[in-house]
Design a protein around this ligand. Structure first.
Ligand code: CA
Length: 656
């Protein structure tokens, strides 16, 4: 999730929240909008027009470049029905004909704006592959639009899904590495300059930059890449983050091409790395062609004046919620430049779902991370997830659920029986509850329900999920203060956090640069989206190499690498059962175990040395007498007591 904050344009209500600077402590009860952004940082540059806040009419505009979405499809998909959108000047009353073996024209849908036709086709399993035209005729005039049916891909390593066997690395493509300076500036696109000194300008990073550093990621132990959105964001300002899409079918040319994206996925798969695409159903950029030339008034949610969502997800399941609150949560806009899509419009719903299927089939990606999941229409999202999993049963998806409280978060996952009559069909979520808990555990004083107890209580609530091991666990991300800053740059606490991330249940995710101790507070979010040092030719230091890293950065990198690779090579930390013991005196002990191995993790969150008697843990320790520290390799007798230095965590593979 990301927002374009424009304090000077905000209503009185929001001026108050925007002037409150975020404090560098964890504030889990605050919703994202309340975290505020100092407006001095985000002044919109002169010449950038103000967004349209009022009603947008579906009156036809001049179409300079006609388009057909999707540009091609495949024979032999689970769902044989597709809907082709044609966008061109005043075509609403043309007659449509399609003449191709195995393709049946079933319906032509017209909308208020005559620049659009939505054509329903049924593709038989024996339809002929190849190119053919969709013909539009009127009064003896014929227009032809190219379409194509392709053979489906059959290679074995495509579309693997991600699971708790993986270690995910999240990166922002504009900020990771510039592998192709020739695409930094694309003539005709809105942001026609790069400026690495300004956090909201583009910096030039791209897909080639990612490809160039796959060896680095593999060395670190990464097995899956989550890349922030890569589709075109041809917006006048702050387009670098990718969450304001203007063309669903095209990789932003400043990142590369569709072909290069597919190559990136293939190269990753060849190296044992899966790929997660970041998608957004809730909104698009206001320069999207279908916002600039709106198909119908109900394509988006419209208000006579700009109306912001409440960011209050509980209204979706609150038994006492007012209709007004429910409506504003789902239908009001996420931000000024991000019109709120009406997924209940079946033509738009189909357009979005089909686009997501298109990318999976085209590129072979393994998972979707679904941005702002609580904000689109929930019934639509449930149908969407079902449609995706019907086509690709091995695919994985996880929803961004930046919400507060385990029941609220769990309600967004499939088969949970929490919301009567509703099943999201969504396999997993980003585990914000565990993020709040581990950050609090390492940053706050201990108490009966505070500190490390939060981690214990959060995991104890896993009965809410059908399968909590599918959830994505993280210490920070592109919207949050970097973990190293959150724990006040305490190196022991930092290692404790990494240790927890890579040994607890679920799919661990690390934000880029954590392994080299990048820091900063998310006030505003641009500050945690730094360029990876060495990603640009001429950078003062190159932290992709050990020679470019400081001694401390190398120690951190090696620590992450050691743990990640142990995890990668030992199923016990991927899929082994978790047994946790109630924390006592700020010390939290848990075990991962399977038939072959048992790993014991003991975390001291106190500023004092802890002397921990081991007899409490006999049910898991009973047959073991030694422990091998999986980071240092040191082996020692377990004895009756374990001594832990302040704020340190030890991870032991137990031996007989
Ligand atoms: Ca570039």
């Amino acid at each position: 999730m990301t927002r374009i904050f424009v304090c000077m344009l905000l209503s009185c209500l929001f001026v108050i929240s925007c002037t409150n600077k975020v404090t560098p402590t964890l504030e889990p009860e605050k919703e994202p909008q309340e975290q505020g952004i100092p407006d001095a940082e985000i002044k919109i540059p002169p010449g950038v027009e103000k967004p349209n806040y009022g009603i947008i009419e579906p009156t036809p505009k001049t179409v300079n470049q006609s388009r057909v979405d999707p540009p091609f499809w495949w024979v032999g998909m689970y769902n044989p029905e597709i809907q082709v959108m044609i966008h061109d000047n005043i075509i609403g009353d043309y007659t449509v004909t399609v003449d191709h073996p195995g393709v049946t024209l079933t319906k032509v849908n017209k909308v208020e704006n005559p620049n659009y036709l939505f054509i329903d086709l049924t593709i038989s399993n024996v339809a002929k592959t190849g190119k053919f035209p969709i013909k539009l005729t009127r009064n003896g005039t014929t227009k032809e639009y190219p379409f194509e049916l392709r053979q489906r891909y059959r290679t074995t390593n495509r579309i693997q899904g991600i699971s708790d066997k993986d270690f995910v690395y999240l990166l922002m493509p504009d900020r990771f590495s510039n592998g192709d300076p020739s695409n930094d500036i694309v003539p005709g696109m809105y942001q026609d300059q790069i400026n690495r000194d300004r956090m909201y300008y583009r910096h030039g990073g791209d897909l080639q930059g990612i490809i160039n550093h796959l060896d680095y990621l593999k060395d670190l132990g990464v097995t899956a890449l989550w890349i922030n959105p890569v589709q075109e964001n041809d917006q006048p300002y702050e387009s670098y983050h990718g969450y304001a899409i203007t063309d669903h079918y095209m990789i932003d040319r400043r990142f590369g091409t569709n072909k290069l994206y597919k190559e990136l996925v293939d190269k990753c798969h060849d190296m044992g790395i899966k790929v997660v695409m970041d998608i957004i159903h809730n909104h698009v950029g206001d320069k999207h062609f279908f916002i600039q030339d709106l198909p119908s008034k109900d394509w988006i949610h419209q208000y006579s004046a700009f109306t912001r969502t409440t960011y209050r997800a509980p209204t979706l399941m609150d038994p006492y919620a007012s209709e007004a609150d429910k409506e504003r949560m789902s239908d009001a806009w996420f931000d000024y430049h991000m019109p709120d899509l009406n997924q209940k419009n079946p033509l738009l719903g189909k357009y979005l779902t089909q686009n997501n299927i298109w990318w999976i089939e085209f590129s072979g990606i393994d998972s979707y991370r679904v941005d702002t999941y609580a904000y689109p229409d929930q019934e639509y999202m449930a149908e969407w997830a079902k449609a995706i999993l019907q086509e690709y049963p091995n695919f994985h998806m996880f929803a961004e659920t930046w919400v507060h409280g385990s029941p609220i978060q769990a309600q967004f996952t499939q088969n949970n029986n929490l919301r009567e009559g509703y099943n999201s069909n969504m396999p997993a979520v980003t585990d914000f509850q565990l993020y709040y808990a581990i950050n609090e555990a390492l940053d706050r004083n201990q108490g009966w329900t505070e500190g490390i107890a939060r981690v214990y209580f959060t995991l104890a609530k896993d009965f809410l999920y059908e399968d909590p091991t599918r959830n994505v666990v993280f210490l920070d991300n592109h919207d949050l203060s970097r973990f190293y800053s959150m724990i006040k740059e305490n190196d022991d606490k930092f290692k404790s956090g990494i240790s927890f991330l890579l040994t607890t249940r679920g799919i661990p995710m690390m934000y880029y640069g954590t392994e080299i101790l990048l820091k900063n507070y998310s006030d505003p979010d641009g500050k945690v989206r730094q360029d990876f040092p060495g990603g640009w030719t001429g950078d003062v230091s190159n932290k992709f190499t050990s020679a470019g890293r400081s001694e401390k950065e190398n120690e951190t990198f090696e620590f992450v690498k050691k743990l990640a690779n142990y995890r990668k090579n030992n199923e016990v930390l991927q899929t082994g059962r978790l047994t946790q013991f109630v924390p006592e005196d700020g010390v939290y002990t848990y075990f991962r175990h399977n038939q072959q191995k048992t790993v014991m993790v003991m975390m001291n969150t106190h500023n004092n040395i802890a002397n921990v008697a081991l007899d409490r843990f006999q049910e898991r320790l009973s047959t073991f007498s030694k422990g091998e520290n999986i980071v240092s390799g040191e082996v020692f007798d377990l004895g009756k007591e374990m001594v832990l230095p302040p704020n340190q965590t030890v991870i032991l593979e137990l031996k007989k």
